[in-house]
Write a protein that binds this ligand. Structure first.
Ligand code: G3P
Length: 247
């Protein structure tokens, strides 16, 4: 089965009512490659605004979700809230949540399990720090992160993996096509060996980290790169060029 190219836009904690509305207006008007699945992730307060405003072909993702049903969990967002608001996706395990907010592999896996079992698809992120890369530990770090996920997940059909080397996020320092392809291929190999060949063949693996309209074409040609998770550039008109990188 061919993997549909996927481009996610992670707005992080950015934007305003007017700028987010403008981004959505631009996307609604743009000619987007119909062979690409597009999902945008505004901050929580703008989820409903974006869902109501964006054309239906554009998916919307939360940047986090809790692993419990509605209840006494002050400040959290539930899967039920997302479903009720027409939000079908969540980004989980982003390195900013892992490092700044202290989310462990297990917490991320538990949230991913709860979300996917309750009808919300997940863009699950992994990636190594510069120190880990320089110590030659990249593949080991990522294998450990995925192993923690595998320990909790049986249905992979609602998961898209995003490989985001921490040293490339927001730094303008993009991984080379070879570096990205090497990690993507190793993730696919890990899935084939430890989950199944069909999960390895069908799971989309995105690259994230300083993706721009300038570097997206080369990256998109790599055999195991099935799309992007874009931060900074998703707030700009150039996001359309990244979505259309295969054209
Ligand atoms: O989730 C996307 C991200 O972390 C990459 O951010 O700004 O480097 O594209 P950026």
């Amino acid at each position: 089965m061919a993997r549909k190219f996927f481009v996610g836009g992670n707005f992080k904690m950015n934007g305003s009512v007017s700028s987010v509305t403008e981004i959505v207006d631009n996307l609604n008007k743009a000619k987007l490659d119909p062979n690409v699945e597009v999902v945008i992730a505004p901050s929580a307060l703008y989820l409903l605004l974006v869902r109501e405003h964006a054309k239906k072909e554009i998916g919307v993702a939360a940047q986090n979700v809790f692993d419990k049903p509605n209840g006494a969990f002050t400040g959290e967002i539930s899967v039920q809230h997302l479903k009720d608001s027409g939000i079908d996706w969540a980004i989980l395990g982003h390195s900013e949540r892992r490092t700044i907010l202290g989310e462990s592999d297990e917490v991320v896996a538990s949230k991913t399990k709860y979300a996917t079992e309750n009808g919300v698809s997940v863009i699950w992120c992994c990636g190594e720090s510069l120190e880990q890369r320089e110590a030659g530990k990249t593949l080991e770090v990522i294998a450990n992160q995925i192993a923690a996920l595998k320990a909790k997940i049986s249905d992979w059909s609602k998961i898209v993996i995003a490989y985001e080397p921490i040293w490339a996020i927001g730094t303008g320092k993009v991984a080379t096509t070879e570096q990205a392809q090497e990690v993507h291929a190793s993730i696919r190999e890990w899935l084939a060996k430890n989950v199944s060949q069909s999960v390895a063949d069908e799971t989309r693996i995105l690259y994230g980290g300083s993706v721009s309209e300038k570097n997206c074409k080369d990256l998109s040609q790599q055999k195991d790169i099935d799309g992007f998770l874009v931060g900074g550039a998703s707030l700009k008109p150039a996001f359309v060029d990244i979505i259309n990188s295969k054209l």
